[in-house]
Design a protein around this ligand. Sequence first.
Ligand code: GAP
Length: 608
Amino acid sequence: MAEPKENVLMEKIVSLCKRRGFIYQSSEIYGGINGFWDYGPLGAELKRNVKDLWWRAMVHTREDVVGLGATIIMAAQNGKASGKFDTFADLMRECPLTKKRVRADQVETQGGTVFRYTGARSPTTGWAVEKAFAVLEPKGERHDPARKKARQFYALGLLDKALGSADTLELLGETISKVTSSTDFHPESGVEMTEPRPFNLMFKTYVGPVADEENVAYLRPETAQAIFAQFKNVLETSRQKVPFGIAQTGKAFRNEVTPRNYTFLSREFEQMELEFFIKPDEAVEAICGRVASVAEVSAANIQHPASNIQHPMPRPEWGWEAWHTYWVEERIRFYESIGLPRATLEEYWQKPDELAHYARATVDILFKFPFGTQELEGIAARSDFDLSQHERFSGKQMGVFDEDLRIAWGKLEEAQRQKLWQRYYDARHRYLTKLGVAAEQAAKEAKEDADGLAKGQYIPHVIEPSAGVDRLILALIANAYTEDQAPDEKGKMETRVVMKFHPRVAPIKVAVFPLLRNKPDLVKKAREVRDLLLPHMTVFYDDAGAIGRRYRRQDEAGTPFGLTIDFETLGEAGPELKDTVTLRDRDTMQQTRVKIGELVTLLLSKVR
Ligand code: GAP
């Protein structure tokens, strides 16, 4: 099997996605809009399957996870509480001429001649503007016309375009100097950039008719925050008890500075996030007498009720490390179950200096994309930071009362109580101090929290598996793309493009072909077969062209099964083959005969 070279592979994937209706550029007829992508008929099905399978694995087949469907626009305070105004703010520098921004820490050094001016004047009108600006002409490009134009256009911009043409403008107060390694000039225009300023990646809008600061709202940059904000409502209405999780899928928006690698880094994308709330380790230890080691997680495998895979059975003595390990493993199993082999994935454990200040551990699950091994999902142990922050900013209690803890605490020996009280106090004190709470106040609040623990109260900690739908779609497409050799109608070998999607995610599960379209009996039977399958799965009926061509079209769409209704089906080759069809396997191209009456059961066992 031929393996296309990596960048060539990406080009082939992009071309196939457009040609077959997986992914189109958003607003393409108007020249496109960078960082935004639309999903065509096949892409939309693929995406829907992926989200449904995630929901099934994370919510429907578990007793300890419930779902949420929250709004995209949330009160601005959510951003402040979550720290997203800081997280999603990069230091950027802007070219005052083109308004293009670059990340302050990503500008390469340049050397050359710097032309500085104090302003510009229009000789035709006599109008002048005083405003200093500078343009770098890189070494060896003393009379670079583009840079000269930049100087002229800058001046034109200063004077207002109505005042004269760029060629006739006069630049005032020229001084010329040399630089050897400067990061102050924009890499494209050469114009001296503004000082670094935080640039918020969140999309801003206004709620209601008045566009003022009071009415500012943001499109959510992650689906997670609504889960924290609704934590108490869900807890009270779902009859769940910690440990339990809240899952949500939906759109997220980030005004990425340089969207790239096709859909990998987009400005509008979808996430599938779980916030799994757990007891703090001190509560686990008080109740169970110990906190389980990570090694115990994999030792506790049991048969999962909804799959034939062995999963660990969660245990009451699991602390954050065990739960974190558990979720990393669960997520990798999920990827395997939809056709991404473990060998295409990597676990990256963030180093202590890469972790967010509140995170205890974060594992990125990476996929070997054609453009490099990059993040598909992050699984973070986020301590009790998120709920604590929302409690501080909203003034609403986010803690829970745990009767098991209250009873267990009462039975602890004094030394054990002291030890757990102190550990909880220290953790809360660290959190408060990092927020900048004054020492005395931090000590007071941490003491209240530790006293609360002794009465059965705490703010739950959280493990957050957070996956991107679009990245997963791209990973599935890249993983599925295959070329092999197959004979054409005349027996000549030709390159066959096959999207080898796992049947679970394949956009179309089965294609139904009458051998000939001009034989009413074949067509009638084929339609009957289609109608038999339609209530159970996505079916594509195709009677146009030679059968080999029809197979190829479905191979490119990634349809795992093809059914051909031929004269044997009608009983013309004898009664034993009557009401049987040819079932063709996309990957092996092998054909077997199957009774129509057995099709639904057989196919469902493969596509579910
Ligand atoms: N609540 C945690 C959070 O949002 P993140 O690492 O920023 O964490 C989680 O995002 C996942 O969302 C990523 O692993 C990725 O799959 C997806 N994602 C993030 N930014 C994206 C973007 N600009 N385009 C496409 N997917 C993105």
